[in-house]
Write a protein that binds this ligand. Structure first.
Ligand SMILES: [Ca+2]
Length: 265
């Protein structure tokens, strides 16, 4: 076991800029502006810090093992970087059936994320003729040490023609890139997932296993089917929406505005 994993990836926090405040002699107007600033600051907590972002554009073509933190998990096929298909750019990650159990690769964060709101998104391409099951398994624990604790198992099932994650399955959208988005609330231990904008899961994130609440691993693999076929993944992005200190300070400003207004009422 190589134990290869990416360390805590640096966040790229964005600096927020306030619009110039209008000049006014009226306390009422100032109070209103403060209240508006407060509202805007609350909305801006959705500004995300990027934890992981990968478009596979800088990878060498061929075996992805060891590139960008991905570790081959011992599948019967390699997980290859290809330039024959992509969602933006020219390269993507390709998973091949044997048929049956084929490519299997995994990526763990250096340490689990245990609180706040996360959003994981990726694009997936399943062609007509891919008759296996395309898995993207999101684990609460480190997959490289065997802590496969769901999390969610997002499955594009070429056998049934459905995409699902244990909720309400929806028909596969074939021969096109489809965006999968998973919003995880680690404080409430809930998750909501969509496939091509259609909600496919809305339920518990903490639903078994031995790891505490959290998010750490992503394991993508393919199995099943009778055809020698493949699917592709591109544009994996993991962001965190934990409120930033500057937002909290602005929230305070908003509250001050509310107080001023109430006094004049
Ligand atoms: Ca790409």
């Amino acid at each position: 076991m190589s134990g290869y994993s990416i360390s805590d990836v640096g966040s790229n926090q964005k600096t927020k800029k306030l619009n110039p405040v209008m000049k006014s002699n009226s306390i009422n107007s100032i109070a209103s502006v403060l209240a508006i600033v407060g509202t805007a600051a609350f909305a801006s907590t959705a500004n995300a810090a990027t934890i992981y972002e990968e478009s596979f554009e800088t990878y060498s073509l061929g075996d992805s093992n060891g590139q960008g933190g991905w570790v081959d998990f011992g599948g019967t096929r390699l997980t290859n970087v290809v330039n024959t298909i992509s969602s933006g750019g020219t390269q993507s990650l390709e998973f091949l059936t044997n048929p049956g159990y084929g490519s299997d690769t995994t990526l763990d964060l250096g340490s689990p994320i245990t609180s706040g709101q996360l959003t994981l998104s990726y694009d997936i391409f399943q062609p007509t003729g891919y008759d296996g099951q395309a898995h993207v398994y999101l684990s609460r624990g480190a997959t490289l040490t065997g802590n496969f604790d769901a999390g969610l198992d997002l499955v594009g099932n070429g056998t049934t023609g459905l995409f699902g994650a244990g909720g309400t399955d929806t028909p596969l959208l074939l021969d096109q890139w489809v965006s999968v988005v998973v919003n995880i609330d680690l404080d409430a231990d809930t998750a909501v997932a969509t496939y091509g904008g259609t909600e496919i899961f809305n339920g518990a994130w903490l639903n078994g296993g031995t790891s505490p609440q959290g998010f750490q691993g992503m394991n993508a693999w393919t199995t099943g089917g009778e055809a020698l076929s493949s699917f592709n993944i591109d544009n994996m992005v993991l962001t965190s929406t934990i409120p930033e200190p500057s937002s909290l300070a602005l929230l305070g400003l908003g509250l001050a505005g509310s107080v001023i207004r109430r006094r004049r009422a």
